[in-house]
Write a protein that binds this ligand. Structure first.
Ligand code: NAD
Length: 361
């Protein structure tokens, strides 16, 4: 029986090649007087050039972004925002830069403008992960929602295929879990389905022709939908990736790319309707018995990148602890999460085995 709560998030989305040049207007629109630009060292020059165009509305550039937002980095960012009297944060970068802006907004009254340079989808959510004492915890708070997102594919087209492919699979993971996360709604499922379609079509082209602005545009379109779909919440897949990233220091997007076929396989028989829609959007429904998990496996192989947890540097001896941590405080999931089943999933992912096909009807 249909039953859901749909909340529209008030994010202004500005999408298109060259749209970053609209930044000054967007800053003005929000009434920001002292913007702190947050970025990585490699994009410092670009951030400084953007700051120069803000005609006195930029307070400074902070480039100490680190992946998974360690609490020390969050504290340093907050101190800098306070010192400069910032009333806005402009995040230029991937999920890590956007995550730091959110960490600042959680404690200080700053409006966020995000200019994503990866396909992480973080810019469309009020969710934030912070890492403290080797454990990554996730918060949801409306103060962290960016007020404006400027999607400019000229910013993502510079991504090397080794980052673009896994980052696109990170977006894909948001779409897949949106179908069966606790907050799933008909509208978010539509966004997720269209996101899967856009990503499945564009990612193979993008890794073959990384300088294709059209492929970068289509992937960014998929990433926007994925970020919106992420509003439905997350399930076992994200829990596993947060555990592997936060406690074993595995890289965020490549871990998503490796794990997604296995977590989808774990839930396959619990949510058959969702899996059929995912398979259809992937173009992975064929008479040979291809289904959503194997479609995701084939796509991940096609875009290259690491194929197993072993390749990502996890030790086999870590699997027991990873399974324990992943089931300690599980996210809601359609199939019950048990230590034994999760351990078996991790074993398959460790060796990069093809998920078993469904039994013939
Ligand atoms: P990232 O921001 O750490 O960037 C990955 C790498 O790509 C970095 O080395 C960066 O310098 C490089 N890079 C970024 N843009 C580039 C470009 N245009 N050209 C060349 N190199 C570029 O990685 P990410 O995967 O975008 O984000 C990961 C973080 O975001 C994690 O902490 C994750 O938890 C968080 N995240 C949060 C949400 C959410 O909703 N809260 C969603 C997704 C990810």
């Amino acid at each position: 029986m249909l039953s859901f709560v749909q909340e529209g998030l008030p994010v202004r989305v500005v999408f298109g090649a060259g749209r970053r040049r609209q930044l000054r207007d967007e800053v003005q629109r929000l009434g920001i007087e002292r913007a702190l630009l947050i970025t990585t060292p490699s994009k410092r020059a670009m951030a400084e050039a953007m700051a120069a165009q803000l005609e006195g509305r930029a307070a400074g550039v902070f480039d100490r972004v680190a992946t998974h937002v360690p609490i020390e980095v969050a504290k340093a960012g907050r101190a800098e925002a306070l010192r400069l009297g910032a009333d806005g944060c402009i995040a230029l970068g991937g999920g890590s830069a956007i995550g730091l802006a959110k960490a600042i907004a959680l404690e200080q009254d700053v409006a966020i403008i995000a200019l994503p340079t990866t396909y992480s989808g973080s810019e469309m959510t009020a969710i934030q992960g912070l890492t403290e004492d080797g454990v990554k915890r996730t918060w949801r708070d409306p103060r962290m929602l960016p007020r404006t997102v400027i999607y400019d594919p000229e910013l993502t087209v510079t991504l090397p295929p080794s980052i673009a492919g896994p980052s696109g699979m990170n977006a894909m993971a948001h779409c897949v879990e949106a179908f069966y996360a606790e907050g799933a709604t008909p509208l978010l499922s539509l966004a997720a389905e269209e996101g899967i379609r856009a990503l499945a079509r564009s990612l193979p082209v993008l890794v073959e022709r990384p300088s294709s602005l059209e492929a970068s545009t289509q992937t960014l379109y998929g990433a926007w939908l994925a970020g919106m779909a992420l509003g439905a919440g997350i399930a076992l897949h994200h829990k596993l990736c947060h555990t592997l990233g936060g406690s074993f220091d595995l890289p965020h997007a490549p871990t998503h790319a490796v794990m997604l076929p296995y977590s989808a396989h774990y839930n396959r028989d619990a949510v058959p309707d969702a899996m059929a829609r995912i398979a259809r959007a992937l173009g992975a429904m064929d008479p040979s018995g291809s289904d959503a998990p194997s479609g995701l496996f084939d796509l991940a192989r096609r875009i290259g990148g690491p194929a197993s947890l072993e390749e990502l540097g996890l030790r086999h001896a870590d699997l027991d602890r990873a399974a324990e941590l992943a089931v300690a405080a599980p996210y809601p999931n359609p199939r019950p999460v048990t230590r034994e089943d999760v351990r078996a999933l991790l074993e398959d992912a460790f060796f990069g085995r093809r998920p078993a096909a469904p039994a013939a009807a």
